[in-house]
Design a protein around this ligand. Structure first.
Ligand SMILES: C[S@@+](CC[C@H](N)C(=O)[O-])C[C@H]1O[C@@H](n2cnc3c(N)ncnc32)[C@H](O)[C@@H]1O
Length: 255
């Protein structure tokens, strides 16, 4: 069995096997997006202000690295099915799951989750007030991130903090800035994670994050009095997240 309040530098498919069945209160995780294949955009032919000023064009790079690379969509969806089938057995009957996922695949991923047995309840949205500008400026900016909210069971058996009242299913906030910002390309906001966690979990509950990245959800969990277990396969991001979490754990908790 794994120690609580620890981040493990390992593949979640291995790590998760060491967690007891029906022991996790909340899964909050942010899966690989499968957008890294052949996604470099060469802007050298774009007559933009940068070129007019005689500067070099910048190549936009959507290649997040090996952690986001899958052979094809079949490989990607099989991976998701495998990880979330393992995770399902670890979740308590009263448990909830928040799964951040690529916007193009939300419906398909919801279908996979339902097939596993999850009760898919809502699709939550983070509307970014300062998104990355559009390259060719002839379309909409990519200003939204999606998070599927599901529970292990249907009905009203899951924990829900009724003191927080009814909630909207969207957050309107800028991308992470200032001290919170790390180098991780898909970092999520700490305050949104805290809001979600305090809605669906209580002090001393256990949060599991299989795809830790820079450690946002582990920091949020710890700050509001939960225990956590996290897995991050990439050594670079493991070190970033571990440092972040160690520094938070050295400070006093909010609860
Ligand atoms: C979308 S990012 C998470 C970002 C995070 N929510 C944050 O706020 O920084 C997904 C992370 O999962 C990691 N990852 C991908 N496949 C993994 C696996 N099989 N096991 C563990 N970690 C994995 C990647 O290295 C990447 O850092």
């Amino acid at each position: 069995m794994l120690e609580l309040n620890k981040l493990y530098n390992m593949d979640c498919m291995e790590g998760i096997l060491n967690i007891g069945d029906n022991t996790v209160d909340i899964i909050m995780t942010d899966i690989p997006y499968n957008i890294s294949q052949n996604k470099k955009i060469d802007r050298s032919s774009i007559d933009n202000r940068r070129l007019k000023r005689g500067k070099r064009s910048k190549e936009l790079n959507f290649d997040f690295g090996g952690w986001d690379f899958f052979a094809d969509n079949k490989d990607y969806f099989e991976f998701i099915n495998h990880v979330f089938t393992l995770a399902y057995s670890k979740l308590k009957e009263s448990g909830s799951m928040y799964m951040w996922c690529p916007k193009n695949e939300v419906s398909f991923i919801e279908y996979i989750l339902k097939d596993i047995g999850y009760h898919v309840r809502s699709t939550l949205v983070w509307c970014k007030t300062n998104p990355c500008p559009q390259v060719f400026k002839v379309g909409y900016m990519s200003s939204t991130e999606f998070c599927i909210f599901a529970t292990k069971t249907s009905g009203a058996k899951h924990y829900w903090n009724i003191e927080k009242g009814q909630k909207h299913s969207y957050w309107i906030k800028p991308i992470c800035q200032g001290n919170e910002r790390t180098e991780h390309p898909t970092q999520k906001r700490l305050d949104i994670a805290v809001d979600m966690i305090t809605q669906s979990a209580k002090k001393d509950d256990l949060l599991l994050d299989m795809f830790v990245g820079s450690g946002t959800f582990l920091e949020a969990a710890y700050e509001v009095g939960l225990n956590f277990i996290g897995f991050e396969r990439d050594e670079k991001w493991f070190n970033v997240a571990n440092e972040r979490i160690q520094s938070v754990m050295a400070q006093t908790r909010l609860f």
